[in-house]
Design a protein around this ligand. Structure first.
Ligand SMILES: Cc1ncc(COP(=O)(O)O)c(C=O)c1O
Length: 407
């Protein structure tokens, strides 16, 4: 049973007033709230077994190492990785993508090669490719987005030339909400000899992910958007690809042997984890994954479809409001970006804040997409497991108020 009222009991932060009104938190696409199970897991780590991992021959360090590696196994099962050795801890999705860009990209790309990205990417899946392209002589090209917020798949096929080495695409847009047809993209890219990186920052928290069924090559996501703490993210990649990649960062923990003349590398996954890692955060992310698995990711997705359907319906009734992205809730996630007439999105968000409603306004780290839409900014409401239809009613009422005040 997916009981949102029950779920809300696990999130202490939701039970407060802001500007005298009960907080309505609609910014989970930026960062989700954390359940008690995660908060308490981190608290217990620091109170009872805080110690560095992989080094100490003493009990609490062994306990910390076991919990840190146990969390990795849980995360591997969560995305159906073949092996826990394919699960690399990073700081966030951004670092995961940079790892692929600087390790795989710098060592593999050459002049004339093409990286295909899309017009709907977050800066995290654009800027590292631009940087690596500038250093290697490769080019970045962007698959266009159509009027309804879908990728232009005919254009994708036309752009998929033999020069394409990598398709770096978001699984779910953080602005349009669009869930891209990644199975089709992966299969066509592979036929053309290209690898595929999926930016799962918005999808991993909200829908079941199976890297074996998807058959992608790289998958990047952040812990903090899926009930976990900040400072921990994941790069998953196929083992044979990781084995062949040079390290991204070097130093302690990632080595096997070091002499004054050179070094050899540790086994996977530690080859990519230089220095003392984010131990509490990794263990906290393990607790977040346990929580999501208990809810069931199919149920998480179903709740989001229902809430998004309600939001599209309710918000479309607000005079002057325009939603960007697919209108079919089955084709999208629960990040809903909109404009309200010609009122500046920051002003809309400020009025909503006065009503205790937290939304985000700006370009949401997708400036090229906003350029394409002819906008400088949008306001974005985004939903998660703890949101209720009543909160969408509050949002709609707040938007009516913003229009009355500023329209
Ligand atoms: C689609 C997408 N990709 C990447 C990121 C980057 O995530 P992080 O800032 O946690 O690295 C975000 C964050 O908003 C995102 O929405």
């Amino acid at each position: 049973m997916f009981d949102v009222h029950q779920i809300r009991q696990d999130f202490p932060i939701l039970h407060q007033t802001v500007n005298g009104k009960p907080l309505v938190f609609l910014d989970s696409a930026a960062s989700s709230q954390k359940p008690l199970a995660v908060i308490e897991t981190i608290d217990t780590y620091y109170r009872q077994y805080n110690a560095n991992v992989h080094r100490g021959i003493y009990q609490i360090s062994e306990k910390a190492s076991a919990a840190y590696e146990q969390a990795r196994k849980k995360i591997g099962r969560f995305i159906n990785a073949r092996s826990w050795r394919e699960v690399i801890y990073t700081r966030n999705a951004t670092e995961s993508i940079n790892l692929v860009a600087y390790s795989w990209g710098l060592s593999r790309l050459k002049p004339g090669d093409v990286i295909l990205s899309t017009e709907m990417e977050h800066h995290a899946n654009i800027v590292p490719w631009q940087q690596v392209a500038a250093r290697t002589g490769a080019q970045v090209r962007y698959i266009p987005v159509d009027e309804q917020g879908y990728l232009d798949m005919a254009a994708f096929e036309a752009m998929l030339t033999p020069q394409v080495r990598l398709v770096a695409v978001t699984h779910m847009s953080n602005v349009l909400g669009t869930i891209n047809p990644v199975e089709e993209i992966i299969s066509k890219a592979h036929q053309a000899g290209a690898k595929v990186l999926l930016d799962a920052a918005q999808s991993a928290p909200h829908m079941p992910i199976d890297v074996q069924a998807l058959d992608c090559d790289f998958l990047a996501f952040s812990g903090h958007k899926m009930l976990g703490p900040t400072g921990i993210g994941i790069l998953w990649a196929r083992r044979e690809i990781l084995e062949a990649m040079p390290p991204f960062m070097t130093g302690g923990d990632m080595i096997s042997q070091v002499t004054f003349s050179g070094s050899t590398w540790n086994e996977l996954p530690w080859k990519f984890e230089a220095g003392t890692p984010a131990i509490a955060q990794a263990i906290g992310l393990g607790a977040a994954v346990d929580y999501l698995v208990r809810l069931g990711m199919d149920n998480v997705r179903q709740h989001e479809i229902e809430l998004t359907a309600y939001a599209l319906d309710r918000l479309n009734q607000v005079e002057g409001l325009r939603i960007y992205g697919p209108q079919n809730p089955q084709h999208r996630g629960g990040a809903v970006a909109f404009t309200l007439g010609s009122i500046h999105p920051h002003d809309v968000a400020a009025v909503l804040d006065g009503e205790g409603i937290a939304v985000r306004a700006g370009h949401h780290c997708a400036m090229p997409l906003h350029d394409k839409l002819g906008l400088v900014a949008t306001t974005r409401a985004s939903f998660y497991i703890y949101n209720l239809p009543e909160e969408i009613d509050r949002l709609a009422e707040g938007l009516d108020k913003a229009r009355e005040l500023l329209g």
